[in-house]
Design a binder for this molecule. Structure first.
Ligand code: ZN
Ligand code: ZN
Ligand code: FE
Length: 759
């Protein structure tokens, strides 16, 4: 199957023979395509078979000319258009060049060498950087990107630094954050009262000492504070969980080298590329079953076959990591779901119940940028949290769209703003459930408007009137449009896959408000030229206690079982969710359900996963979003069974027979793994059946449920072998982080914009 690989590169790739190099590489590999200069780098498209395109990406980075430096590379697999030959295209010089703000870039090999060279004047200097690497987005105050407009404006360069900065032949020519220990920022170790305990390299050594003796250290990094702890020290990891109120959600790790990661996880070439890339995200890797040389505490990622791992990405992290030479938990410096702290003042007030010490520095962080999360799925990259290394790089649409602001959803919020055909998507802001998060949300909006000097004439929000983001849109006094949540999910996936026209959109997620005022979440949407219709959805079931049931799958299970057994429910004492309630609580639940009090109906697939997890006794309460579904996913094993349950496709998909069969399997003491696998297989088959009945060829998969690897892989494979064209997320998260882009694309698809899209 021929695919088209679309590659956007930012960096030092012009005027150094990069285009001829790409031309030759494509010729050698017999891949048709083209390359073109852009204001910030180059754009490449090539066509070929997947394995050749993958090889091309890897060779592009391994064999590039010495002087070329890639600060950012993003690539997506798209439908082929039948390119022939290879062209070096003329640069597009029309229109004014867009001022791109680059993301923060991981330390380059040349800088790293200097940092660890005892004879270099930057030996062990934690703020070393050059034109090819270092902070960008997190230190820019305003454009143009010049030192007086950055957080470095307070540091006057010493004469050796100034000379580098002025010398066109130097790697630090016009490197805005250029600094050394004589003139630049420095680190300090603080106690919780803000007293300085040590400074410069001593501060790092002391911090390492505290980490090694079980303390929790808050470290001011690139885009905010991280909380670090020795990942091998069970007590310390437990303490961090307790103090951060983060019971079970997995922690990310920072490991000193690729070799250390290999002791814990298996790494494929594409995963290695991601780990070592300038973006340096947290990469989700399969854990090795029983690692022999290195072990980490079980509470780092309880019952999870994957580990979220990253390599050091700033000199401070490199020095600290090398000095410590142990696996470190590196999690966001916040209280549970708040945005991460970026200033010492914030850290002292918000992290004082969590951290024991603070490793800080005097280079201000101007905006919070979390660590990004990515993984490889179906031989492609998929970004699950788009932040450091990626934000605020744009997604390019095929047509211009005048200044529009999309405010996103409620959870995992991001916002987006348009300029020309670019959609600038913000860094991850988080769940808009706290005052801190709301404040951060408003700040990011103001920040993006100021940075890009775009003052939108239109705002797009979700339908849900209760979302913080929707309220902002309503209060803004700027004309606004509302876009249905699940349509926005599908539109985001279409936008990044370059799709227009009709398709079948399958959006499965937690909850979102539907156009009929009920809670949707298990949706099959008929995507038309300019809008959508609800093609099918799950048979609705009640959530007794409303929002409470999101934390307690056992409630959702009772709601679903009540639909089946009605008055008889109390007598079904063999059911596992029942055993989680006292007789009187159960009676109360039944009354609520009968009287339809505070028991909203939903067609949510996320809640169906919750109910099944509780019905088989796997999970009755969750500590974080998606936990029950993750538990179900993690026990699947395709080798166990290819069987399915009865679940037929219709406009209202009735889960009743499937649930009864699941109960039967559970009673007959089938292993939970087998039930979970059968359940996933059933859903993948449902997707194929829906595709058949829709009459569509293009099937678009989006929504939080498609973070489920097994479900996504099964669905894509089955769709492909049935002759359909499946599309899934690559650069934009399948979760609510993608809603802002989807809102913009859905708005663009509306009738009055249609002629633009067809151009
Ligand atoms: Zn560098
Ligand atoms: Zn200096
Ligand atoms: Fe959603």
């Amino acid at each position: 199957m021929i695919q088209r690989l679309h590659i956007t590169i930012c960096g030092t790739v012009q005027g150094i023979g990069f285009r001829p190099f790409v031309y030759k590489l494509a010729q050698t590999m017999n891949l048709p395509g083209w390359i073109e200069n852009t204001p910030a780098g180059v754009l490449i498209e090539i066509e070929g078979r997947h394995q050749h395109l993958e090889k091309f990406i890897l060779r592009l980075q391994q064999e590039k000319p010495d002087k070329a430096f890639i600060q950012s590379i993003e690539f997506s697999y798209l439908d082929p258009v039948g390119i022939s030959g290879f062209q070096i295209q003329e640069s597009q010089s029309t229109g004014k060049p867009t001022a791109l703000i680059l993301p923060d870039i991981a330390t380059c090999p040349a800088c790293l060498e200097e940092v660890f060279d005892p004879n270099n004047r930057r030996y062990l200097y934690p703020f070393t950087n050059c034109t090819n690497c270092g902070p960008r987005f997190s230190i820019i105050e305003s454009l143009p990107y010049d030192r007086p407009n950055t957080a470095m404006k307070h540091f006057t360069q010493c004469s050796p630094c100034q000379q580098e900065y002025e010398n066109p032949k130097d790697r630090r020519f016009h490197a805005q954050p250029n600094a050394c220990s004589a003139c630049g920022p420095h680190v300090e170790l603080w106690n919780l009262a803000g007293d300085v305990l040590a400074d410069h390299h001593h501060a790092i050594q002391q911090a390492v000492h505290h980490l090694k003796t079980g303390s929790i250290v808050a470290i001011k990094g690139i885009g905010g504070f991280q909380l670090m702890v020795d990942a091998q020290n069970e007590d310390a990891v437990q303490a961090l969980r307790q103090r951060k109120h983060r019971e079970e959600k997995p922690f990310a790790l920072m490991l000193p080298t690729l070799e250390t990661i290999q002791q814990l996880c298996s790494i494929e070439p594409l995963e290695e590329r991601l780990l070592c890339s300038a973006e340096a995200p947290i990469v989700l890797l399969q854990q090795i079953k029983s690692p022999s040389t290195l072990k980490i505490s079980a509470s780092v990622a309880p019952d999870n076959p994957y580990l979220g791992v990253m390599l050091p990405y700033s000199p401070l992290h490199h020095i600290l990591s090398k000095e410590a030479n142990i696996p470190l938990v590196a999690t966001s410096g916040n209280r549970s779901d708040e945005p991460i702290c970026i200033s010492e003042k914030e850290a002292l007030s918000r992290l004082n119940q969590i951290a024991d010490f603070l490793l800080v520095h005097n280079r201000p962080i101007l905006r919070h940028v979390d660590d990004s999360i990515a993984r490889i799925i179906l031989d492609r990259e998929q970004i699950l949290r788009r932040s450091r290394g990626y934000a605020p790089l744009p997604v390019m649409l095929s047509s211009n769209i005048p200044g529009v602001l999309a405010v996103g959803g409620q959870l995992k919020n991001t916002i987006a703003i348009t300029q020309g055909s670019n959609v600038f998507i913000s860094q991850h802001i988080g769940d808009l459930e706290t005052a801190e998060a709301t404040h951060a949300f408003e700040q990011v909006i103001a920040d993006f408007q100021n940075m890009y000097q775009i003052y939108p004439q239109k705002i797009i929000s979700d339908l849900h009137p209760g979302y913080t983001s929707t309220k902002f849109a309503v209060d803004s006094k700027i004309p606004f449009t509302k876009i249905q949540h699940h349509y926005a999910h599908i539109a985001s996936c279409m936008a990044e896959n370059g799709l227009n026209g009709s398709a079948l959109g399958i959006c499965w997620d937690g909850t979102g408000l539907g156009t009929d005022g009920t809670i949707w979440g298990g949706e099959f949407l008929s995507i038309t030229e300019d809008s959508f219709q609800r093609f099918a959805s799950l048979r609705p079931f009640p959530l007794p206690g409303g929002a409470k049931s999101i934390k307690e799958p056992k409630r959702t299970a009772i709601g679903m079982l009540h639909q089946i057994f009605q008055e008889d429910l109390l007598r079904q004492t063999h059911l596992l969710p029942h055993q989680q309630f006292t007789a009187s609580d159960l009676e109360l639940l039944l009354q609520i359900l009968k009287k339809k009090l505070n028991s909203p109906y939903t067609s949510s697939m996320g809640r169906l996963f919750d109910a099944v997890a509780s019905i088989i006794g796997l999970c009755h309460e969750v500590h974080f979003e998606g936990q029950a579904a993750m538990k179900l996913e993690f026990i699947t094993d395709p080798a166990l069974t290819s069987q399915t349950y009865s679940l037929s496709f219709s406009s209202e998909i009735d889960w009743q027979s499937m649930i009864l069969e699941i109960i039967q399997d559970q009673q007959q003491e089938f292993t939970l793994s087998k039930i979970a696998t059968k359940f996933h297989n059933t859903l993948a088959n449902l997707i194929v059946e829906a595709a058949r009945q829709s009459g569509e060829q293009k099937i678009v998969l989006s929504g939080g449920c498609f973070q489920n690897r097994y479900l996504t892989e099964q669905a894509v494979e089955k769709l492909r072998s049935a002759g359909f064209q499946p599309y899934w997320h690559q650069r934009i998260p399948p979760n609510d982080g993608g809603i802002s882009l989807g809102q913009i694309y859905a708005h663009l698809r509306e009738p009055h914009h249609q002629n633009h899209l067809d151009e």
